[in-house]
Design a binder for this molecule. Structure first.
Ligand SMILES: Nc1ncnc2c1ncn2[C@@H]1O[C@H](COP(=O)(O)OP(=O)(O)OP(=O)(O)O)[C@@H](O)[C@H]1O
Length: 241
């Protein structure tokens, strides 16, 4: 459902943020994207979501090429950025309706989705309040709800669990699993290795723009020829031992 083929990106002609990166995420999979600060995770995600131009290579989302057909490709995914400080002047419900309008979600369908998300994320009481008045975690939850209101087949989430309380974090992880199990795909970046280990079907470790490893946790252990923890293997691969 997600295919990156030999993708590269250089900033200002000097900083090679992503270097010849290829990976694919099939239906039914939760894929974790790991790497130290500055490794190239957000740059990769911004190319996948059409925010940054791809210098070289191709990206297909649910079979649609981002370079040649960006509008159609953008309908295939929901993207949660790493900062939730957006649409602050809107009330929660206004933002959700705006997102539903953007994607032509019929009234009755949107209502039941919004009700369902609000109940799961415990947001019913604040939907009529301005997003400006929300805490960081509440902003994160309203952005997630808006992104998912059109039921996109592919979810792309940049550090989605940051700032969520334990119950909301559990709920989002549960939703990610349900989405993958329904034959769709979830791609997310995280710095929390324990989450990646428990939740992901496969992970990629990126360092200085280059994929160091891509596979299951078991394959990672075989690759490292150790029974070491994900943390030790991560540190070894990213040169921070
Ligand atoms: N807009 C930009 N202009 C110039 N260089 C940039 C820009 N955005 C990112 N970079 C550089 O590209 C490299 C990759 O950054 P990126 O934000 O993709 O890393 P990341 O893996 O998401 O890091 P973090 O975990 O800290 O969020 C870094 O060297 C960074 O300094």
């Amino acid at each position: 459902m997600i295919e990156l083929n030999a993708v590269s990106k250089t900033y200002n002609g000097t900083v090679k943020a992503v270097d010849n990166l290829s990976l694919s995420v099939p239906k039914g999979e939760i894929f974790g994207f790991l790497g130290p600060n500055g490794a190239g995770k957000t740059t990769t995600i911004k190319m996948m979501t059409g925010i940054h131009r791809i210098d070289h290579g191709t990206i297909r989302i649910n079979g649609v090429d981002m370079g040649s057909n960006p509008l159609e490709a953008k309908k295939q995914f929901g993207y949660v950025p790493d900062s939730p400080d957006m649409f602050l002047r809107l009330k929660g419900i206004e933002y959700l309706n705006f997102m539903a309008d953007m994607y032509d979600v019929p009234r009755d369908v949107r209502q039941s989705r919004i009700d369902g998300f609000a109940a799961r994320f415990d947001m019913q009481r604040v939907l009529s309040d301005p997003i400006q008045s929300y805490s960081h975690g509440m902003r994160q939850k309203i952005i997630i709800m808006g992104v998912l209101v059109h039921n996109p087949p592919v979810w792309i989430l940049d550090e989605p669990l940051t700032g969520l309380d334990p119950k909301s974090s559990f709920t989002l992880k549960e939703m990610m699993r349900e989405h993958a199990d329904s034959g769709k795909a979830v791609f997310f970046s995280t710095h929390v290795l324990e989450v990646a280990e428990k939740l992901c079907d496969r992970v990629a470790i990126i360092n200085r723009g280059v994929i160091q490893f891509c596979g299951t946790f078991r394959e990672l252990q075989e690759h490292s020829k150790t029974n070491a923890s994900l943390e030790s293997m991560f540190l070894e691969m990213t040169g921070h031992e």
